[in-house]
Design a binder for this molecule. Structure first.
Ligand code: ZN
Length: 168
């Protein structure tokens, strides 16, 4: 296993819609293991393949540090079947270090996906897991949490980001 390099905003791979996974081979299993290790090392509660430069519809989520009912989830080719309610939650992202913002999400949802063996699974989630699923699925569609905030806040973020860059 290896800890992979996490791509940071504004890396182009983060803005791309990722391609479906069709082959569940050893190479994919290795990528999953490396992503899990990278997520734990960061540490983070979720990591999507585009964040390690691989434009595939794959993400790993482990919120057990905050809610121990949920073990590690390997999410492949997810699609959202149903959503309900609305919540606002302060989110962060490993690809946007030292930044958090309140994002509006569905309160609960049902997701259909493949597991690491290619078997179809359905995941019903609310609470933190629902937020994490939506955040990671966004990554697979090329959206970051800054795409989910108001245009004014986004401008503020971009200005602050530019300023930080020139200070370096
Ligand atoms: Zn993220």
């Amino acid at each position: 296993m290896a800890v992979l390099d996490i791509k940071k905003y504004p890396a182009p791979v983060l803005k791309k819609k990722a391609a479906a996974v069709s082959v569940f081979d050893e190479e994919l299993q290795k990528l999953i293991e490396d992503m899990v290790e990278t997520m734990y090392a960061a540490p983070g509660v979720g990591l999507a393949a585009p964040q390690v430069g691989v434009s595939k519809r794959l993400a790993v989520i482990d919120i057990s540090s905050r809610d121990d009912q949920h073990p590690l989830i390997v999410l492949i080719n997810p699609c959202v079947l149903r959503t309900a309610g609305e919540v606002e939650f302060e989110e962060g992202c490993l690809s946007i270090p030292e930044y958090t913002a309140k994002v509006k999400r569905s309160e609960s949802l049902v997701v259909r996906a493949h597991d690491r063996n290619g078997d179809e699974v359905e995941i019903e989630a609310d609470g933190l897991l629902a937020i994490a699923l939506q955040h990671e699925i966004d990554h697979l569609d090329g959206f970051l949490l800054i795409d989910r905030i108001s245009p004014i806040k986004r401008e503020f973020f971009k200005k602050r980001y530019k300023k930080k860059k020139t200070e370096k």
